[in-house]
Each structure stands twice: as C-alpha cells, then as structure tokens.
Ligand binder design. Structure first.
Ligand SMILES: Nc1nc2c(c(=O)[nH]1)N[C@H]1C(S)=C(S)[C@@H](COP(=O)(O)O)O[C@H]1N2
Ligand SMILES: [Mo]
Length: 199
C-alpha cells in the first residue's frame, strides 16, 4: 500500500483503469473552446428552460445558488481522445430544474452564451445524469472551463457538456448542434465510440 502507479490507480475497489475504446488518460485539464471565452457578470447571468409550447422558466444566478446542490465525482471523455478520471464538480441536478416543467418533448438543444449549441435526448438530462455545474475542485468554475456555469453530462462525449450554458430548448424533434452539424455523432456515447455521424 502507499505506492500509486499512474495507470493502476485504485479505483472503485481497485484494479485496472478501464477507459472507453480509443481513449488515453489525461492528468491535466485541457481547455477546448471553439471561440473566445465570454465574460458574463453574475448580475447579467440567467439560465432558462423553454418548452415546445413556448413556456419560459428562468433562474437568476441567486436563484440557481439557492437550489439544492450536489457534489459530483465523475470521469469525463473528450472526443479528441483524452479522458480525465475522478473530476469533482458542484452543481444543480437537471432533475431539480426540470421538476414541475410540463413538457412532452423528447429532445433538447442546449444554447451557450457565445452561440455554441449541442443536442441530446431529454432523457439523458434526467435521472441523475446531468447538472448545471458552477464549482470545480471546491472552487468556482473558471471562465475557460465554462464559468460561471456549464452543463455537465459525463456519460456522453464532453462536447455535449456545453460551457457558459444559457438555455435548454426543449423540442419534439431532434435538431443538431454546432459539432453535430459539422459531422460529429448526434448522440456521442464514448463506450460505443460514437465520434462521428455513422459510427
Ligand atoms: N460553449 C462551449 N461549450 C463547449 C465547447 C465550446 O467550444 N463552447 N467545447 C466542448 C468540447 S469539444 C469539450 S471537449 C469541452 C471542453 O471542456 P473544457 O475546456 O472545460 O475541458 O467543452 C465542450 N463545451
Ligand atoms: Mo471535445
């Protein structure tokens, strides 16, 4: 005991690290942004969920902070092939934000400050699978990693975890986001290696 060799970290009871196919272990925290980092003052910040019937639900920064928060420890997998294990986040579950919202939508298009978008089935945002995260490693989430708040959907490739999240648009039909329109997979399950459309 006491000696920890990289690649054989004790994890879930010990043993080898299992990564999704084609991934390698990253110990830093790379920044991947398709554009500049938007600067959003908390007073100007809000998160919205809009439904297919046009209802709008809105949370100010203070209202988001007042909701029950969770500490989440998860592995993340970027389509550029790095995976980072045991990342520690703080945020509000989408189950909390979606509770009480009347919708029969099956899809969500996520919009970010700055114009980035990404799509996913609404079911993938429920049942403890997704958060609006504003803390990382016990600190406020840094702007380059999506602060003040980003989506966190760790079971899908990390491009689905929209940084600087602004709005969830609930839709009855799937609509592709930024990378998905550029040829990336509409769903993006790292364990099935769904990197590109057709994988
Ligand atoms: N708004 C926004 N969100 C984004 C991106 C982006 O360019 N803009 N890049 C995505 C991609 S491809 C990845 S891998 C992760 C990177 O998050 P990180 O920079 O915190 O590592 O954010 C995702 N969310
Ligand atoms: Mo990515």
């Amino acid at each position: 005991m006491g000696i920890v060799t990289r690649g054989f970290r004790g994890r879930r009871g010990g043993g080898d690290v299992t990564l999704p196919p084609g991934q390698y272990l990253e110990t830093g925290f790379p920044v991947l942004s398709a554009g500049p980092t938007p600067q959003i003052a908390p007073a100007a910040w809000a998160f919205e969920i809009t439904t297919e019937s046009g209802q709008e639900h809105r949370w100010s920064w203070a209202e988001l902070q007042a909701l029950p928060r969770e500490d989440i420890t998860v592995d993340i997998h970027c389509v550029t092939k790095w995976s980072k294990l045991g990342t520690r986040w703080t945020g509000v579950s989408l189950d909390v934000l979606l509770s009480g919202i009347d919708t029969s939508a099956s899809y969500a298009l996520v919009h970010s400050y700055g114009g980035y978008t990404t799509n996913l089935p609404l079911a993938d945002l429920r049942q403890g699978q997704a958060w609006v995260a504003y803390g990382y490693d016990g600190r406020p989430l840094r702007p380059e990693h999506g602060g003040p708040a980003r989506l966190l959907v760790p079971h899908l490739y990390f491009w689905k975890s929209a940084k600087w999240v602004q709005r969830l648009e609930l839709l009855t039909e799937d609509r592709l986001g930024f990378w998905e329109r550029a040829g990336y997979h509409a769903y993006g399950d790292p364990w099935r290696e769904q990197r590109y459309a057709g994988d």
